[in-house]
Design a protein around this ligand. Structure first.
Ligand code: NAG
Ligand code: NAG
Ligand code: NAG
Ligand code: NAG
Length: 373
């Protein structure tokens, strides 16, 4: 681990580079599941569990083990606090998955934001999904588009397929909560309600009537689990809260600008639809951190120190509130800890004022101080 840091620091200087390359060529000491964070690897199987073998040419030399899974804050600490006292890893355009076959018979011509299936995302600890819903082909589809109209060449899949994946996850993981954030272009009356019903998700529905209206805390996670109200859905269409009982996102959440304008270091401001970030009558805070057009090569750098920097900037902008949701593209790409480490940081800050949720836990101590990382 120390060698790799040395190499990263020395990257721009020729002599250390030569020395560290020589060093690395003889330092393949680990294999078969024994390689630790940032150790060199040649396949995923070399890495310890929770890591995979990845290369980030803009961040480090060669292929190294980086994180692929979240720390479960409910298991590591507890789930007895309000829902808004925890942070959740969020995938932007969770459905826009590389390699998803065309379901329309027409090859897709649009960009991708993720590489794993929604089931894999959930299994790796993603707990909030951003989905774009459209009327299409007499049904509701997940689609990338503009002007609110889905096309054969921008459609990914019928929404019900993804909803069924979420249903299967909630059914297999009775202590977990999933949040779905919809960029919603569905105009068909009860179009979304029908999809949630048909997919079996309505039985997990967290009702709008239980959401805090004026900046109060949310119900306890343990209560939400006990009542089996483990699916939170937000829509971007205000009228649906009244008409269909689907919460209007910005009644309950503030959110920063998305895309390139939201990635300028040191600046964090609300997107147009959201109240200012310091509006504390909304109990939840969402931080977007992804490019307007996703770029795979740079995602590993952006999802690392830059992301942590923005979370700190947004903390101040949001009246000293840490983000509950951190939304990224290519969520597994990083220089080591990436969006997983960022979520651990947020949970550490939210739960115990520490820089990493792992340091919240102090066996045999009640002093409240952080353990050394
Ligand atoms: C790899 O590790 C597994 C489990 O630790 C062990 O059963 C297996 O024999 C190892 N394989 C090799 C090639 O060392
Ligand atoms: C859900 O579906 C069931 C059976 O398919 C139907 O009886 C029920 O009315 C539906 N509920 C809603 C809210 O659409
Ligand atoms: C909230 O932030 C805005 C900028 O978005 C600022 O003008 C305003 O003074 C802040 N309000 C408080 C109470 O800090
Ligand atoms: C749960 O964890 C929080 C944060 O560390 C702590 O304040 C609280 O007392 C814990 N609750 C229980 C029931 O252990």
């Amino acid at each position: 681990m120390r060698q790799s840091h040395f190499c990263q620091m020395g990257l721009l200087k020729i002599l250390p580079l030569v020395i560290c390359l020589a060093f690395l060529s003889v330092s393949t000491a680990c294999s078969n599941g024994s390689c630790r964070l940032l150790d060199e690897c040649s396949s995923d199987g070399d890495c310890e569990s929770g890591l995979y073998c990845f290369s980030c040419p803009l961040g480090f030399l060669g292929s190294r083990c980086v994180r692929s899974t979240i720390t479960n804050q409910f298991k590591l600490v507890n789930n007895s606090l309000p829902f808004n006292k925890y942070a959740y890893l969020t995938t932007h355009n969770s459905y826009a998955i590389e390699g998803e076959p065309s379901h329309t018979g027409v090859p897709r011509v649009t960009f991708n934001n993720q590489e794993d299936s929604v089931t894999q995302q959930l299994n790796n600890g993603v707990r909030a999904l951003m989905l774009d819903t459209y009327d299409f082909d007499d049904d509701v589809w997940l689609c990338h588009s503009n002007g609110g109209k889905c096309h054969d060449f921008t459609a990914f899949e019928p929404a019900i397929d993804t909803m069924k994946e979420i249903e299967a996850f909630l059914s297999a993981n009775p202590s977990e909560i999933v949040t779905v954030i919809l960029e919603d272009y569905v105009k068909a009356p009860n179009g979304l309600t029908k999809v949630f019903n048909d997919s079996g998700l309505l039985k997990y529905w967290f009702p709008v009537s239980r959401m805090p209206q004026n900046g109060q805390d949310w119900p306890l996670v343990s209560d939400m689990v006990a009542s089996n109200q483990r699916l939170i859905v937000f829509t971007s269409v205000k009228s649906k809260q009244e008409l269909e009982g689907i919460a209007y996102q910005w009644n309950f959440m503030v959110e920063n600008q998305y895309g390139d304008d939201g990635m300028k270091a040191g600046s964090c401001f609300n997107r147009a639809e959201s109240s200012p970030l310091n509006e504390t009558s909304k109990s939840l805070v969402l931080v977007n951190y992804f490019r307007s057009i996703p770029v795979k090569l740079t995602a590993c750098v952006q999802n690392s120190a830059d992301l942590i920097g923005m979370l700190n900037t947004c903390y101040h902008a949001a009246a000293n509130r840490w983000a509950n949701f951190v939304a990224v593209d290519y969520y597994k790409r990083s220089e080591g800890g990436g969006a997983f480490q960022a979520t651990d940081m947020l949970n550490g800050r939210l739960l115990c004022g520490c820089d990493d949720v792992h340091t919240c836990v102090q066996p045999g101590s009640t002093s409240g101080a952080c353990t050394p990382p």
